[in-house]
Design a protein around this ligand. Sequence first.
Ligand SMILES: C[S@@+](CC[C@H](N)C(=O)[O-])C[C@H]1O[C@@H](n2cnc3c(N)ncnc32)[C@H](O)[C@@H]1O
Length: 329
Amino acid sequence: MADETFSSDWLALREPADHRSRSTDLIAPLAEWWAARTGRHVLDLGSGTGSNLRYLAPRLPGEQAWTLVDRDAALLDRATSAGVTSPGVGRVEPDSETVPEGLGSGTVPGRSGSGAVPRGHDSGAVPTGVGSEVVALECVVGELDPEGLVRVPEADLVTASALLDLVTHQWLERLVEACRAAGNAALLSLTWDGTMTWGHPDRNDHPAADAEKPADGLVAEAVRDHQLRDKGMGPALGPAAGPAAEEAFRAAGYDTWLLSSPWRLGAGDGLLARALIDGWVAAASEERPADAQLIRDWAERRRASTSTGFTLEVGHVDLLALPPGPVDG
Ligand SMILES: C[S@@+](CC[C@H](N)C(=O)[O-])C[C@H]1O[C@@H](n2cnc3c(N)ncnc32)[C@H](O)[C@@H]1O
């Protein structure tokens, strides 16, 4: 078992697709809950370079103190420096497509900054006339357990993006119990649902598309199986994570919404699609060594298709869980 690592290049490449795919329907109820809450602390678990912060902070009204937890100090260092315009002032730009280079100020663990956050682009996401401001930003190098879980009681909102399919069922249960005890809300976004669906922009029923379906299916199944491997915490939930999290929060008495947030890729997303293919080939070949040649051939054809016209839907789900009863804290 080895800890899975994620490069900052990969996270920067996926960030625009992540941001445009997230379910905006969940933002209004969360923003309403947040506005009524007196506490102002957001805990972002497995934050990477801070994509979730860049998306969510401008969409939540009012002052916010964010804590980012990730095991990868290099990613966190970039998160802290993203959008920083002068030392000690953290300014979060919504939907920035690239993560600026670090300022070299040695920001982990526990550095903080403050400053204004511009309003988000979503219509109606933030109540009119209410600004958003990140007044403190703390980065903690550590594991989801213990460093992540021990910070849940101090938080009002616990969030994560592109994380849940990596965690174990046991960790999820402990997260839900910690949220329940603290009366926290949770927004867990962009959990892969196990699907990847290829097509062509104007000829989905073409015989060539049908011919690829068996190999598409084999690769998808192998990647799903690979996703269940131990990512450093024990066997991962993989594509079951979204529904499992909804069930756990419901059992804890929460109101939940589980909505789809698929990446819909096509012309203009070739780089991202080819990076996905590279990752899928590696995972599928490791999972099905006997089919390695077939998988490589599939990858070659799919890479070629990203230059000649393709569509690719990668299924994700976003979960919002709001605690029962009147908002307090
Ligand atoms: C797919 S990336 C998502 C990063 C970020 N949330 C985003 O949306 O771009 C998963 C992140 O979780 C972190 N991670 C995975 N397992 C972890 C663990 N057990 N403890 C702490 N961080 C972990 C990785 O280092 C990585 O930054």
